[in-house]
Design a protein around this ligand. Structure first.
Ligand code: NAD
Ligand code: ZN
Length: 242
């Protein structure tokens, strides 16, 4: 069993994807076959889809809020929180997951680059706020200030990531240089720019690991090390030994 070797100079950047939450019972994107109740996922996760049918989009995210509120973080989430506690500012977690499970497991040095399921924002005023409500039918929520629609605080297909998040990630990579260890966990590497972080890590001389139950071939070829397994089973011994 491989073991991650860290000295007191090592900086660890972790990218997680839907696979990390699979053992908690949250379906992965590929697990949904790219379809939701016969709709292309793009229809319920794009600004065009929201403009065309906000009720459908809110129903989709309301079901996901219901689902995510009933599940618990698994040993993979807990292992990452424990690694953060050991490394402090030499650790940064970048997650593509919106389910909130990393935070519930205790992760704090974390950027949710694809948004947060339990936040909403006005499409005009843009300031996100905590929101666990579900909307399965009209009336849909509107902004008390400007009257425009309230939408899920999710980065949809075709939308940009928060530039402040990206800046923080690239600053962490640059400051780490060859002391960087980059771990991608439970992600298929199909969504840019998250999928490009492995190349950024190599560019500064860092080491890269992919940990995935069923790695995507093309993505796996871009890493130095490959660990095949479920994150809840392989992360605790990888970080802390048997
Ligand atoms: N939990 C969530 O918040 C959630 C769920 C579905 C989709 N999404 C969104 O959809 C997009 C999908 O991209 P993605 O790369 O994150 O997901 P993906 O569905 O494309 O890939 C998931 C990866 O996880 C692996 N996997 C499955 N079970 C695993 C396990 N137990 N342990 C380790 N690996 C496992 C799969 O082999 C696959 O490579 C992202 O943008 C994300 O924001 C988020
Ligand atoms: Zn507003």
């Amino acid at each position: 069993m491989k073991r991650l070797q860290l000295d007191d100079q090592t900086r660890v950047l972790v990218l997680t994807g839907a696979g990390v939450s699979a053992e908690s019972g949250v379906p992965t994107f590929r697990g949904m076959n790219g379809l939701w109740e016969g709709h292309q996922v793009e229809e319920v996760a794009s600004p065009e889809g929201f403009a065309a049918d906000p009720e459908l989009v809110w129903r989709f995210y309301s079901l996901r809020r219901d689902g995510a509120s009933k599940v618990q973080p698994n040993p993979g989430h807990h292992a990452l929180a424990r690694l953060e506690a050991a490394l402090g500012e030499r650790f940064l977690l970048v997650t593509q997951n919106v389910d909130g499970l990393h935070a519930r497991a205790g992760s704090r040095r974390m950027l949710a680059i694809h948004g947060e399921l339990f936040q909403s924002r006005c499409e005009q005023c843009a300031q996100p706020f905590a929101d666990a409500h579900t909307y399965f039918a009209r009336p849909l929520p509107t902004c008390a200030t400007c009257g425009r629609a309230i939408r899920p605080h999710i980065v949809w297909f075709g939308e940009m990531l928060d530039p402040a998040h990206l800046e923080q990630v690239y600053r962490f990579i640059d400051e780490a240089g060859p002391k960087l260890v980059f771990l991608a966990i439970g992600t298929s590497g199909q969504v840019y720019p998250a999928s490009g972080l492995v190349d950024a890590a190599h560019a500064v001389g860092g080491k890269t690991w992919l940990i995935d139950a069923a790695p995507s071939e093309g993505y796996a070829a871009r890493f130095d090390e490959l660990v095949i397994g479920k994150s809840g089973e392989v992360l605790p011994p990888l970080f802390f030994g048997p």
